[in-house]
Structure formats: C-alpha cells, structure tokens
Write a protein that binds this ligand. Sequence first.
Ligand code: AGP
Length: 608
Amino acid sequence: MCGIVGYVGPRRAAPILLEGLKRLEYRGYDSAGIAVGQGSGVLASVRRVGKIRVLKEAVPKSLEGIWGIGHTRWATHGGVTEANTHPHFDCSGKIAVAHNGIIENYRALRGMLSKEGAVFTSETDTEVVPKLVAKYYEGDLEAAVKAALAHLEGTYGIAVIHADEPGRIVGARNGSPLIVGVGENEMFIGSDVMAFISSTSRVVYLNDGEVVSLDAASFKITDRADVQVDRKADAVTWELGEIEKDGYPCYMEKEIFEQPDSIGRALGGRLDRENATAKLGGLNLDRRFQRAVSRVSIIAAGTSWHASLVGAQLLESVARIPASAELSSELRYRNPVVEPASLWFAVSQSGETADTLYAMREIQRKGANVLGICNVVGSTIARESDGGVYVHSGPEIAVASTKAFTSQLAAFYLFTLHMARMRDMSRSEGERFLAALASVPDKVKETLGGRDRIQAIAKKYSRAGDFLFLGRGLLYPIALEGALKLKEISYIHAEGYAAGEIKHGPIALISGEVPSVFLVPHDPLREKVISNIREVKARGGPVIAVGIEGDEELAGLVDDFIPVPAMDWRFYPFTMVVPLQLFAYFCALELGRDVDQPRNLAKSVTVE
Ligand code: AGP
C-alpha cells in the first residue's frame, strides 16, 4: 500500500526522499512523487507514474532544499495518473500533503471547498487535505493541520509541509501507521521504518489521534485533547544488511532460503528442555487463566490466515483446546460471540493489516484478551495487543510472504506445546514434540536442497493455465498457501482444496491441461490421499506430489515427485510448504514476472 517518507536536516532532502521511497517499494505502489521546500517561499515537486527509477530520472540532480516529503501511491480513489500522484497541494502550491488511508467524507468536503473557490486537479480523496489546511492556515502549520483534521472522517497517516515554514514537517495519524525517525540533528517521518532505516534506528511510534510537529532538532507530539505527550525513542533491531538482497536475484528467493535461520530465531530461547515445554515470555496471561482457557480463536488474513488454520488444528488435536481460525475481514462485521474463557490471537506479519487490526479492536472491546503473533516490532497490532509472540523473521520485503509464514507456524507449535503441557500432555510426549520442533530448521534446510529438481518441474508446468493444490488435515492449509503463492507471483489461476472435497465438485476441472499438486505425508490420512490421486489420474490429470523421501509407491504413481525428509508427521507443514514456495517462485521466473512486486498487490494492506 501507499508509503510516506519525510526528511528535515542539514543534508539535501531529494536524494534521501528518493532512497526512502525506494525502500518503501516493497509495500506495493503504482506511482510516486516528492515535494521539497526551496527556502524561498516555494515548493519544488516531481511526480511520476511507474517505478521509483522513473521518478529518480525526472528529479533534477541539482534540486536543492533541506526538507521535504515523498509518497508511493497504491491507487484507491482515481486512476493511476500523474495528476492523482502524491504529494497533493493547496491552490497556492505552498502546502504539500502525502497521505495514506482513505478520507471517507471527501465528497462532502470537496463540495464545500469547491463552493469556497478551491480548484481540484485530481480525483483523489487526499486533495481535500491540503485545501483544508490552507483554509485554516494563519502562519502556524501545526494549528492549521489540527483544524483541518477536525473535518476528516476515515483513516489517515499524513505528512504536511508549507513553503513558508522552512524546516518543519507536521504529521498526523489515525488508522494508518506513522513513525518518526530520530537522527543526529535530523529528523525523518515514515509510514514504516524502512523509509529511513539506512539513516537512523531510533524511532518514535505515533498512536491514533496524535499529531507530531518536527524540525531538524526536535519533535513535539500532541494527543487528541491537544495535550503534549512525552515519548522516548525506541531502538529498531533490524540491521541494514538484513534488507539488502545479499547476492540473491530477488528478495523472495533470499527469504525462502533464509527459513532455516528464521525458524531457528522464532524458536530461539523458547524451548524449555528441562521441563519439556515451551517458554513464551510475552503472553502476559495469568497461569490460572491459561489453564482455564476453553477456546482459542484466531483472526488473520491471507498467508497469516493459512498459518492460523494450521495453528487451530494443532491446538485442537495436540492441546485438546477447541480452536478455530477466521478471516479478520469476515469476523469484524459479524458480531462474534466472545466467551469469557476464550483466548484470541491476531496474526499478522506486518502488524498493520487494517482488517486484522479492526477485528482485534472489536474483540478487545468485547472484553477478551487478544494476543498478537507479529513480525514487525512496534507495529500497531503488536503494540495494541494484550501480549503475544514476536516471530523474529527479520524484515520480509518480497510481497509474497514466505519466511514469516514458517515463523508463524513455529509460534503456534510453541504455544501448542506450552498449552498441552499445562493440560494432558505427558513429559515424555512433550520431549518428543520438542525434539521434533527443534529439528525443523535442519529438515527445512534439507528440503531446500531439492531446489534444482523443483525448478525443472516448474519449467515443465509453468505454461499451464490452472492448478489444483490438494492436501488433508494439517496440510489442507498448506495446499491453500501453495495456491495463493502461485496466484500471487505467477498470475496462474490456482485453487487450494481439501483433497477429500474434490469429488464434490472440483474433479470436474480435471483434464490433461490441469495439473494437481498433492501433499502426501506419512500420516494417518496417507491412504485416503493416495485414493484421491488415483481418482485424478483415472481422469487423465497430471499429478505432482510432494511426499516423503523413499516413498516409491507414491513416486511410481505420479508424474513428478518432490521428496521432503521424513519426520514426525505433525511437523510436515514446515517442510511441505517449502517446495510450494519454490515451485511458485520458479514458475514466476519462467514467465518473466516481477517476483518481489507482483501487480496489484501491496505488502501491508492498511486499508479495508
Ligand atoms: C501473502 O503472500 C500475501 N501477500 C498476503 O496474503 C498477506 O499474508 C496478508 O495481506 C496478511 O498480511 P499480514 O500478515 O501482514 O497481516
């Protein structure tokens, strides 16, 4: 989704803004622009449709100015045109605004401002903001922004500059993240830390309803009641090296291959061998409440939802706690029953997904404890949840989530072990579960060794127009995830199904042109899945199977076989998802797609 960056300090702003925008590219965008103060009562602005490099080429190398704002736009209101690209301006051209979110009452405001003589040059909802700021401006930008905000309904993270107030940026947040970066005699503002991580790792998170006014030396935050807030800077732990490609051709490949390490980090320090359980420091829950939990409900979107589906099955089958995972976009609008002894999880890599955040707030309003499973430290869901687990995947930059998924799984396996050991799981069973969990990074590493075989299979099938991904039990969510990965980055149509469901409809799709990818572990459902494969083969459908090393029967039955190492069957979600990630990746490469920034997608979906 859209990204904001702002800079004020002793250096030339334009190159810093362009670098910040480049680092925000991963969020997904279709156009970008900057506005830079010139110190003589004018703002210089350049906006372009397309990639940041197009904008960079258009920005004059000599562009002076030591403060400014920049924006990457992901179109919501109005087409992808230069006129709709941010920053947007008031009629004098002196006030510039970069905005993330949606101003819901923009039509009414536009009507009001037009009657007062404002001339609009874009179709965006954003353009009402600079016009409103201009209406109230009397020499104090912060006061004018606050007056303008009183009219806005909807969500926003905004950064505003005025040509007549050199060295000042005013920001405001309501529902869209905004973070201040504190440097040495320079300040930054951004929609996420990526915007300025190469310059500073000291950050100040804004809360909803807050306004910040910053210059090179200081920042001042005020809350909804206009009371000044004293807030110290936090340190961001991500290193610059973690957000470089590190010799890989793209972030997605790097992130897939990082998984042995990222899963290791998610497990790090949390395996309590002495007590055959897991230690999760951030749960913030009374032990008696944990013991009394009678239901676990999980909310999430996309890939995080798929990890949650695995987590729910696991909690139910291993810890014997009734559990379910639901799409946050659905739950939010259906007035769910929140039982007193229920425990909720909000799962989100970015910690900023609007659907999940709003659903979480609704559940909290009803009095339940909501724990977060997040990757981005300091993200809104992480800060607003009642406790939780950081998955420590490190920055995930490719739009398609891979390493965050396996780390989310790790968090659920740890939590399941912890809850099961508080209930009926014996010490010896706890030891077995723990040992299998500890072996996951190595098993994933071994699975990654199948890269070349998977690439060859992807090459063979990448021209197919439709795919089915099929699995049962814990591997049904992995089938959904495999299909999502393929759709997202290769644009090939794919459906994930519970393998037992195919004869209830999807089998009608089977033909020589529609390959099926089956997940076939050695688990209690193996024979059932083998029968499903026979049904597909009988109808002429090509079959690729991800199965267990040495499974000759399976290898002989299918057209292409991808082996993963044998392990405790409950842990196959970790290894079986890896070939599907690689398969999607290599199909996308074959088709010449933009793997890291697939069309129409955004890394963190901060609007509904
Ligand atoms: C995953 O590949 C997707 N890009 C998407 O489905 C994502 O998982 C979803 O938007 C949820 O994001 P979150 O984990 O940051 O909340």
